[in-house]
Design a protein around this ligand. Structure first.
Ligand SMILES: Nc1ncnc2c1ncn2[C@@H]1O[C@H](COP(=O)(O)OP(=O)(O)OP(=O)(O)O)[C@@H](O)[C@H]1O
Ligand SMILES: [Mg+2]
Length: 274
């Protein structure tokens, strides 16, 4: 049974002339890591909000997330407990005046006993490498540290699915690496992850990539299959991962015969080329 199983998902913003989502299909199994890509306005953030129960679909043939029906009154509230959503800007998500207070906030809302909250805060600080920052004020931290705090706040509550909407878009390269490493570790530990991204090298972290165009699912396969389809990439206004861009240039000059996707692939191809 997939944890996310939505078919024909539709959503329209109040007062909008057209649907933001008109036909989205997405199935994600437990422990899978799926990237979601698409041009600006294709519906990625709308999908992220629906999956997290932050908006309610206008309709769907099927809209099950963690066993909750997103279309029902109860379901779209209950799903918020199981699905954690992290957005671009950590400052919109951090509520505590220190890192540890921020992590405690969601747990306090669950009305857990104090010793249990303290235990979970300690465990989460360690899990996200935040022990040394526990009494720091979030607004004085680096962008990467703030986003890592926001992520830890989302995951301090046990979740079944993590949805990330361009979580690195506001970060410098070091902050980006820091946050992606934390996401990768969660995925390796078995978390089910849906990562909305505009960064094609982030797509390579995922097992599968789903592309949206004008509110519809238009592609769903392994990342390598997307990057092999240059016509589709053009139609979707998507690029290639940085190493693949270089590789493409080398292929055009006859220096490589196969498209590398990662820096490791590129180096291996260059080393083995006579
Ligand atoms: N609050 C809103 N009210 C009305 N229309 C909206 C609202 N938010 C988004 N839309 C519209 O819904 C569609 C999907 O927007 P959405 O933000 O989901 O796209 P996106 O793929 O996340 O884009 P981006 O890459 O810019 O983040 C767009 O046509 C957008 O203009
Ligand atoms: Mg968006």
């Amino acid at each position: 049974m997939p944890l996310i199983d939505v078919r024909g998902l539709r959503y329209r913003y109040a007062g909008a002339a057209a649907d933001a989502l008109c036909d989205v299909d997405l199935a994600v199994g437990e422990g899978e890591f799926v990237a979601v890509v698409g041009a600006n306005g294709s519906g990625k953030s709308t999908l992220a909000r629906l999956l997290g129960g932050l908006s309610r679909p206008a309709g769907a043939a099927l809209a099950e997330v963690c066993g909750h029906d997103l279309r029902s009154d109860d379901g779209h509230f209950a799903v918020r407990r199981d699905v954690g959503v992290l957005f671009q800007n950590p400052d919109n998500q951090i509520v505590g005046s220190t890192v540890e207070e921020d992590l405690a906030f969601g747990l306090e809302n669950l009305a857990l006993p104090s010793p249990e909250i303290a235990r979970r805060v300690d465990e989460t600080l360690t899990r996200f490498g935040l022990d040394g920052l526990r009494t720091r004020e979030p607004h004085l931290l680096s962008g990467g540290q703030r986003q890592r705090t926001a992520l830890a706040g989302v995951l301090a509550i046990p979740r079944r699915v993590l949805v990330l909407d361009e979580p690195t878009a506001m970060l410098d390269p070091a902050g980006r690496d820091e946050v992606l490493a934390a996401v990768r570790r969660e995925a390796d530990a078995g978390m089910t992850v849906v990562l909305v991204t505009q960064e094609m090298d982030e797509v390579l972290l995922a097992d599968r990539v789903v592309a949206l165009a004008a509110g519809r699912t238009v592609f769903d396969a392994r990342p390598a299959a997307l990057f092999a389809d240059t016509a589709l990439l053009g139609e979707l206004s998507l690029g290639l991962p940085p190493a693949a861009e270089v590789g493409l240039g080398l292929m055009a000059r006859g220096a490589l015969t196969e498209l590398p996707l990662t820096l490791d692939d590129l180096v291996a191809a260059l080393v083995s080329t006579p």
